[in-house]
Design a protein around this ligand. Sequence first.
Ligand code: SF4
Length: 310
Amino acid sequence: MKGPVTLYSYQARYGMRLQRLTVDGGFTCPNRDGALGTGGCTFCDNDAFHPGYTHGKSISRQLEAGVAFHGKRSRKTDGYLAYFQPFSNTYADLDTLASRYEEALSFPGVRGLVVGTRPDCIDTDKLQLLADIKSRGFIVELEYGIESVYDQTLRRVNRGHDFACTRKAFEMTAEAGLEAGGHLILGLPGETREMMVESAQVLNTLPVSFLKFHQLQILKGTPMAAEYKERPGDFLRPGPQDYIALLADILEQLRPNIAIGRIVSSVPPRFTDTPWGLLRQDGLMRELIGCLNGRNSFQGRLYSPTTATP
Ligand code: SF4
């Protein structure tokens, strides 16, 4: 039976059980290497999101280690997706991109790529490179960091691009015949609950196939940790139950054919002063589904096509 949330599922999308293997492709980020700035987004500490098995290894060795790591824990898979996750994985010249993607694609069992990147690190040539890979029968998904649909927030977190740039990246990706998803952070400074819920109406106008939501985690030593200490009242910090209710409000407004992937992120406790404890995606998703069922509601209940812009 179809539930109240359109869940992201490889089985539904590709007819296969696939395992994502995180790969550090050795890229950097224009918001860190000086092209745009050196400080990065104020919330960023990439070390908090690297699985230990990626450190200091070639792409093939990382995939090997990823297979060994997940092989112990996960059910049988029909193949793997190489998930280029840390930093900006389209931020290099075409030859470099091609050689790193091809190394991953040549690994036994890899069925395709998931490429995480910034919206300002994409252009038609890079999209064509990925479209060519897709035309060879591989799965290709792009995952853009949206973070917020509000320019005032993007400026405040030192993102280095505006929402118009995000919109353009999604539109170019769709024109290239590629699927794109995005991720958002709920709780960035200056955003009210109403703003977060209204974000859904803006997201509905993007050609976006899937979304991931993350509660804001304030990581030790980041500029955001200092900002939070100074102005805690600028941050909405819902606990898990309020976060579920917020997500339910957002999903009610969201286009029903946008698949929902992760709704929580957990970094190891040593990285943050404000942990929620060990929250698991499955448990939180069950609670979100229960919350919507309790309201006799579902994703898209309040959706109507709109041309809203932030
Ligand atoms: S774009 Fe990504 S990697 Fe670069 S500073 Fe921001 S969060 Fe960090």
